[in-house]
Design a protein around this ligand. Structure first.
Ligand SMILES: [Zn+2]
Length: 55
């Protein structure tokens, strides 16, 4: 009996972060939401994995 290889799904880079799993987020403070800087945020699209979730 021949064993069949399962075709592994190819990982698709996340379109939001480009595969890094992180996205730049502007930090806003105060009521006027003054931007004080940028920090690296967790990509919520791929949950930090860098690959698009195929579900
Ligand atoms: Zn992402």
């Amino acid at each position: 009996m021949a064993t069949r290889k399962k075709a592994a799904p190819e990982p698709v880079p996340c379109s939001d972060c480009g595969g890094s799993g992180e996205v730049p987020t502007t930090v806003l403070v105060g009521r006027r939401r003054r931007p004080v800087g940028k920090q690296t945020g967790f990509c919520l699209t791929c949950l930090g994995t860098g690959t698009a979730i195929d579900a």
